[in-house]
Design a protein around this ligand. Sequence first.
Ligand code: C2E
Ligand code: MG
Ligand code: MG
Ligand code: MG
Length: 274
Amino acid sequence: KAKGAGRKGYHIYESTSRYAHVENFIHELALANAIEQEEFELYYQLIYSPQQEQVVGAEALLRWNRAGAGVVSPADFIPITEQTGLIIPIGYWVIQKACRDWHQLTRHYGSGFKVSVNISSVQLSEPDFVERVIEIARNEGVPAHGVELELTESSVIHNFQQVEQTLDRLRAVGFTIALDDFGTGYSSLSMLTSLPVDKLKIDRSFIRDMNQSLFSAMLMMAAALDMKVIAEGVEDAAQYQMLKEMKCWGLQGYLINKPIALELLVQQAMPQMQ
Ligand code: C2E
Ligand code: MG
Ligand code: MG
Ligand code: MG
């Protein structure tokens, strides 16, 4: 009876489960208290430079340990937090925790290390976002160049002019910006040439279905725009070798490590790639 129900607003349950809307509603209620219940945790995935043969950074990936429900993946709760506005406090929590963890990570992996944080377009459009980020980093004693902000290609194409200004202000004080999931959105070349961005993170679908000439064209384009390239989703040694030979600046993926808790990450041996 899903059709008629749509009018009353119950149009969510057509997709995977007819109870998906109930599940979302329960998530929504639980998310409102998740920060104070200390249910959030950051996992880290290393970013490795094949040229320098060393770790250059790590991406913070949010995990939610919902009481009684186990670990919920960000794909299942980030959209809810964006719709409800909860992404604002949660997003600041992520930035603060990542800054706090930066000290231990930098001691372990060496200077020049950057912690990367995913930022939603909803966060970017907060009028005081730039000031808050500056304040958090300062309070945690982290230099701006120790923090990279990741924005998806699709989140920057709306409100392009406002985004451009926000990114300019962040970069002016030393934060770096990466365009996440690059190649899956609809940004045009003209947009890309005027976007104040330091890095392109090529979406893992391009690594999986590797087309060498397409990938080298992306590397050339990035070089022309003075941007570095990080390949996402590197899972096997053949992909690693190819990307290394193509002089890709950075790599991330299960081959190097799966996202894990900070305590486990810093216990593990340094990645030794060939
Ligand atoms: P993302 O930023 O593109 O992060 C990469 C995702 O790919 C992560 O999924 C990671 O676990 C997964 N991944 C990494 N290497 C491999 C690989 O070799 N193979 C495969 N198959 N997957 C790999 P995760 O942690 O589930 O996060 C999904 C997305 O949720 C992220 O995509 C990001 O867009 C979003 N997200 C995560 N944390 C946050 C956060 O704190 N704030 C916001 N706004 N979004 C977040
Ligand atoms: Mg990311
Ligand atoms: Mg990505
Ligand atoms: Mg992604």
